[in-house]
Design a protein around this ligand. Sequence first.
Ligand code: NDP
Ligand code: 8X3
Length: 251
Amino acid sequence: MKKIALVTGATAGFGQAIAIKLAESGYSLIITGRREERLQALKQKLSDNFNTETITLCFDVRNKEAVDKAIDSLNGDWKNIDLLVNNAGLAVGLGPIQEGVIDDWERMIDTNIKGLLYVTRKISPTMVERKKGHIINIGSTAGKDVYLNGNVYCGTKHAVNAISQAMRIDMLPYNIKVTQIRPGLAETEFSIVRFKGDKEKADAAYKNIEPLYANDIAEAVMFVVSRPVSVNINDLEITCTAQANSYYVNK
Ligand code: NDP
Ligand code: 8X3
């Protein structure tokens, strides 16, 4: 059996690019997200281009029962996930704390923190049993810096940073690698989601710079997963050349 990777949020952006690169390098794939038609289209593409065996699991990472049911539906060797990429996530809104929209905060906290935890809680026990596995969490530059009006999004990514470090300690006796990848400004559907479909505002985030693209992060994932068994990349921050950190961007 080929190595098996489960990628959350594979219907767009980083997750989709990561799934394609992993398939190209010979992994069997479990791809997840809420948009079934996109999952089916990606499955077809992976099959056509790389002859990849792919399972699609359509669920919302915020729904613990749905996460459990989806992972429980995996049979036989598909239960033995070698690589989990916790990528599903989002920012919603950008504004000062005193004007914050509680529903936006909850969506970010429930997706970026609780969703990552639900998926990890369901998959990590089998890795522990097998004393084998690799978990990659997609954090952010906003997981160590904060920026104006980014309050709750930055808070969720700080949580991913802390959880990633703690997970690495917990997984240490079981030979399981934990890596955090922390991208900066990257042109995906991220800003369209953040600004609730306002394309003008979304485009402005990348105006006058050459941002990162999804493929840049997929290539970083391939580097991380292709290290020798004895080597782990713990934490990898990647920005476009025009960005120094969360706050300084040369526009
Ligand atoms: P996209 O919006 O392009 O992709 C986000 C993916 O997450 C989609 O596949 C979406 O699938 C999935 N997703 C979102 N919410 C849920 C949910 N509740 N349940 C299941 N899946 C969900 O954004 P990116 O690719 O840019 O973002 C991926 C990750 O990278 C996120 O964690 C983000 O915070 C992080 N990041 C992004 C950066 C950027 O500048 N783009 C920089 C640093 C980090 P669907 O809608 O089908 O459910
Ligand atoms: C996404 C990058 O700078 O928009 O994590 O927060 S940023």
